[in-house]
Write a protein that binds this ligand. Structure first.
Ligand code: NAD
Ligand code: ZN
Length: 366
């Protein structure tokens, strides 16, 4: 882990930098970063949900107006239930009526819902236009904003329709996390801690040491936290940009986590489901002699500190296991499970048995 501040993290593909993740604690450098993309003669459409529009749309519109020909915005109602083709259609209509062409730019201002949706619109409008991510939730700053996975839900199927489409820039202003509801911050911490577990023990330890400053949303500490997570996410997506293999390690905790999320009818935050799923997976690792009980205890203490639930109620083993079978992590009938061979290193395992899953689930059921 690097503990000095880095304001720019380049993301590479085939040895070339394809975009930068810029880390700031204000929107002060946004004009310069956007202008550097050559936007002077372009139009910019900001895609934003209703909550984030109320908080930041005026400020961002004003800044972007100074960097291009014209700025318009497409505001959609906040919430995962609107991450669908109907909202995409509304965005296409806005772009067509406002005469957006292939050279123009879209900006996703918001959390993962906005980023995934705007990215998908950018990937498909006129066969692909450029877009920029301005992630405003912890989850989107450390996870969904990076890597170019875009898409929307279809009926009850999550992320069923999508495309890989890389942003031109990810501009992260950590100070917007101050307005983020506490539960959303806590959910994001689930994914942040997961990054430490799968790839960087030092980062995991650093989170433990700095937990009070993280919770207090101290700007300098948040920058280091997000930077640490971004380095980890970057490492994985650079090795495996289209999720053929290595990128799957990011799915630690997700096999059981997704099943729980679905059975709870999406009433539990994704980051919380994943964190609990990771806790169960760590029990499998412990049984296999790969991690120790005190390491599980340390993880659990950190979950509690960030108000992440450490158990779930109202579910039974059979239904959770049945639900994992419908997960996208199935490959030719074999379940692809991510385990840790030690804290700080994950691997893909195809040998997890039903018995192991049952015992692991017993440790997280209340
Ligand atoms: P979200 O975008 O719905 O944001 C959560 C809530 O916080 C919303 O109500 C939003 O309006 C509000 N909000 C956002 N920023 C705020 C701020 N600064 N202050 C106050 N309120 C703010 O949810 P999310 O957790 O950011 O993202 C979840 C989505 O991300 C899911 O759809 C998931 O599938 C997707 N995802 C994608 C990837 C990927 O690689 N593309 C990875 C993980 C998750
Ligand atoms: Zn996740």
């Amino acid at each position: 882990m690097i503990t000095e501040h880095v304001n720019r993290i380049p993301v590479h593909l085939d040895g070339k930098t394809i975009y930068d993740i810029v880390l700031e604690d204000s929107f002060g450098a946004l004009a310069k970063e956007i202008s550097a993309l050559g936007t002077e003669k372009k139009k910019i459409c900001i895609i934003v949900d209703s909550n984030v529009a109320d908080l930041y749309l005026d400020e961002v519109t004003k800044i972007l107006s100074g960097c291009c020909r014209e700025v318009t915005s497409y505001v959609f109602p906040a919430g995962e239930e609107n991450k669908n083709l109907k909202t995409v259609q509304g965005a296409y209509e806005h772009l067509i009526l406002n005469h957006y062409d292939r050279k123009d730019l879209l900006v996703a201002l918001g959390g993962g819902v906005t980023g995934d949706l705007c990215g998908f619109v950018a990937a498909t409008y006129l066969r692909g236009v450029d877009f920029v991510q301005i992630p405003t939730t912890l989850l989107s700053q450390v996870d969904s904003g990076i890597g170019g996975k875009t898409g929307v839900d279809f009926d009850s199927y999550k992320n069923m329709v999508g495309a890989f489409h890389m942003p031109k820039l990810v501009y992260t202003n950590v100070s917007v996390l101050r307005t983020l509801p506490d539960d959303q911050f806590s959910g994001g911490m689930g994914e942040v801690i997961k990054h430490g577990l799968i790839l960087d023990k030092e980062y995991f330890d650093w989170i433990q040491t700095n937990r009070a400053k993280i919770l207090a949303k101290d700007a300098d500490t948040l920058k280091l936290l997000i930077q640490g997570s971004d380095f980890i996410k970057r490492e994985v997506v650079e090795i495996d940009p289209t999720e053929q293999n290595e990128r799957a390690t990011l799915n630690f905790g997700h096999t059981l986590g997704h099943a729980i999320e679905k059975l709870k009818n999406f009433t539990m935050l994704h980051g919380h489901c994943v964190a609990v799923g990771a806790l169960a997976a760590m029990n499998i690792c412990k049984e296999r002699g790969l991690v120790k009980q005190d390491e599980i205890d340390a993880y659990k203490a950190l979950m509690e500190y960030f108000s992440i639930p450490t158990c779930v109620s109202g579910l039974n083993t059979e239904e959770v296991i049945a639900a994992t079978k419908n997960d996208k992590k199935m490959e030719a009938g074999v379940i692809k499970f991510i385990l840790l061979d030690r804290v700080g290193h994950a691997y893909i395992d195809r040998t997890v048995t039903k018995d192991e899953m049952e015992r692991a689930l017993a440790t997280i059921f209340r």
